[in-house]
Design a protein around this ligand. Structure first.
Ligand code: URA
Length: 214
C-alpha cells in the first residue's frame, strides 16, 4: 500500500519551535493575518516549480500566498505574466484573479522566519514537505530556485549534495529527470542594488520555457 504524500504542512504545524513561537507572536500582534505555513500556490499539474526561501512576515505570512504582499512579489508576478506563466491581476493582499499557468510556487521553508533567515535545522525539518511537493507534481520538468538556500534545499530534496549545481545567477544543470535553473532571489536587496535586474529575471523564465519545450 502506498503512503499518502504530504506536500503541505498542516495549518498549525508544530515541527519548528522557533517558527511556531514567531507565528504565535505575529498572531498576537496581528490576529487578522494568516500566521501559518503558506501553502504552495499554482497549477497542481505544473511542469515548472519555482522554489523561494520562506514567507516574508508581512507578505505570505500575512496573506497566506507565497510572494503576495512582499516587495519580491511585484517583480515575480510581473515576470511570470510577461513570460506566459501567469495571467490576471495581481494584488498584494491576494484580492485578485491571478492564475498561474503550468507553474507552481513553493518555499523551501513554509513558515516565516525571524529576519527572513531560517536555520539549517528548520530547512532540514521542512524538507520532507518539499520532497512530497515534488513527488505530487506528476508532470514536473523544470525547477527554478530563487537564491542559495532554495538551490541547496532542492538539491538535497533530490538526494544530491548542495554543491551539485554551483551558486550563481543563471547556472543550470540536470538533476535526475529535472532541469534546475538557479536565479538570484528577487528580494528588495538584490533588485535595489542592481544585482538582479528585471531583464536578468525575465531571462530565467524564458530559459525555463525553452527547457520545457526540449
Ligand atoms: N515570499 C515568499 O513567499 N518567499 C520568498 O522567498 C520571499 C518572499
Amino acid at each position: 500500500m502506498s503512503v499518502p504524500l504530504t506536500p503541505e504542512p498542516s495549518r498549525d504545524c508544530p515541527l519548528c519551535p522557533r517558527l511556531v513561537a514567531y507565528r504565535a507572536e505575529n498572531a498576537r500582534q496581528n490576529p487578522d493575518w494568516w500566521n501559518g505555513p503558506a501553502p504552495s500556490f499554482g497549477d497542481p499539474n505544473a511542469r515548472l516549480l519555482i522554489a523561494g526561501l520562506a514567507p516574508g512576515r508581512t507578505g505570505a505570512n500575512r496573506t497566506g500566498r507565497p510572494f503576495t504582499g512582499d516587495h519580491a512579489g511585484w517583480l515575480l508576478y510581473d515576470t511570470l505574466k510577461k513570460t506566459g506563466f501567469a495571467e490576471g491581476r495581481y494584488d498584494p493582499n491576494g484580492d485578485d484573479d491571478l492564475r498561474l499557468i503550468d507553474c507552481m510556487i513553493t518555499n523551501a521553508v513554509r513558515c516565516a522566519p525571524p529576519q527572513n533567515k531560517p536555520t539549517a535545522t528548520e530547512e532540514n525539518t521542512c524538507r520532507p514537505f518539499l520532497v512530497d511537493r515534488l513527488a505530487a507534481l506528476p508532470r514536473l520538468k523544470v525547477i527554478v530556485t530563487l537564491g542559495d538556500v532554495s538551490r541547496r534545499s532542492i538539491l538535497r530534496t533530490l538526494g544530491y549534495p548542495g554543491s551539485a549545481i554551483p551558486a550563481g545567477h543563471g547556472v543550470e544543470g540536470k538533476v535526475g529527470d529535472y532541469t534546475l535553473i538557479n536565479s538570484y532571489h528577487c528580494s528588495r536587496l538584490n533588485t535595489n542594488t542592481g544585482r538582479l535586474t528585471a531583464e536578468m529575471f525575465e531571462d530565467i523564465f524564458r530559459r525555463a520555457k525553452a527547457a520545457l519545450e526540449e
